[in-house]
Design a protein around this ligand. Structure first.
Ligand SMILES: O=C(O)CCC(=O)C(=O)O
Ligand SMILES: [Fe+2]
Length: 180
C-alpha cells in the first residue's frame, strides 16, 4: 500500500466538472429479500472508452508509466464513484471480481473533493484469529492511494458513512485489464 498525498495538485474545479459532465448511474442490488439502492453513484469506463476529462486520461497514462514496470502491464479501465455526502458509502470488499481473486494486481485510487476515510483490514480466514484493528487513511482532494500485490484478495477496504463529511467526493479507480 502506498499513499501519495497531493498527487494531483490544484484541479479544484475537477470534482464539480465531473459531477456535472459524467452520466452517473444509480445502481440497485438485491439484499436478502429486498432490492436496495447502492449508496453512491457510479460510472465504469471499459478499456478504450473515451474518458470524461483530459486530466483523467493523463492520470491513466502517468500511472501506467510509473507503476507499469512493477505491475507488468498498464492500467486500462477507470471506475468512478460519487459520494454525494457523508451518508453515501461503500461496504467492506476487495476488488476481487476477476483476476484479483487469484493473482497479484494493483488498484490506484485518486480522491477528489471532500475528504473521506478509507479503511483497510486483513480478511478473516476461516478459523482464524479475531478481527485486528483496521488501518485508517483519510483521503483528501488530490490524494492517491495505491493498493498492490495481494491486497485485493488478502485485505478488504471500505469507505464508511461519515457524519462530518457534508460535501461530495469522487473517487477515480485505475485498474488493469480483468480486475474489478
Ligand atoms: O471510493 C473509494 O475510494 C473506494 C472505491 C472502491 O473501493 C471501489 O470502487 O472498488
Ligand atoms: Fe474497492
Amino acid at each position: 500500500m502506498e499513499l501519495h498525498p497531493n498527487w494531483l495538485r490544484g484541479a479544484e474545479a475537477l470534482p464539480d466538472r465531473l459531477a456535472q459532465s459524467v452520466d452517473w448511474r444509480a445502481e440497485r442490488r438485491a439484499m436478502y429479500d429486498r432490492v436496495v439502492d447502492v449508496p453512491r453513484l457510479v460510472r465504469f469506463y471499459g478499456e478504450g472508452e473515451p474518458l470524461p476529462h483530459p486530466l483523467i486520461t493523463q492520470g491513466l497514462s502517468l500511472l501506467s508509466d510509473h507503476f507499469g514496470a512493477e505491475l507488468g502491464e498498464p492500467f486500462r479501465t477507470v471506475g468512478m464513484c460519487r459520494y454525494r455526502d457523508g451518508s453515501d458509502s461503500v461496504a467492506w470488499h476487495g476488488d476481487d471480481i476477476g483476476r484479483g481473486r487469484t493473482e497479484d494486481t494493483m488498484v490506484a485510487i485518486l480522491s477528489l473533493g471532500t475528504e473521506r476515510t478509507l479503511l483497510l483490514r486483513p480478511r478473516r480466514r476461516p478459523g482464524g484469529a479475531g478481527r485486528s484493528a483496521s488501518l485508517r487513511f483519510p483521503l483528501g482532494h488530490g490524494d492517491l492511494i495505491v493498493m498492490g500485490g495481494s491486497c485485493q484478495r488478502s485485505w478488504e477496504h471500505c469507505i464508511p458513512k461519515s457524519a462530518r463529511a457534508r460535501g461530495p467526493r469522487i473517487s477515480v479507480q485505475f485498474r488493469p485489464r480483468g480486475v474489478r
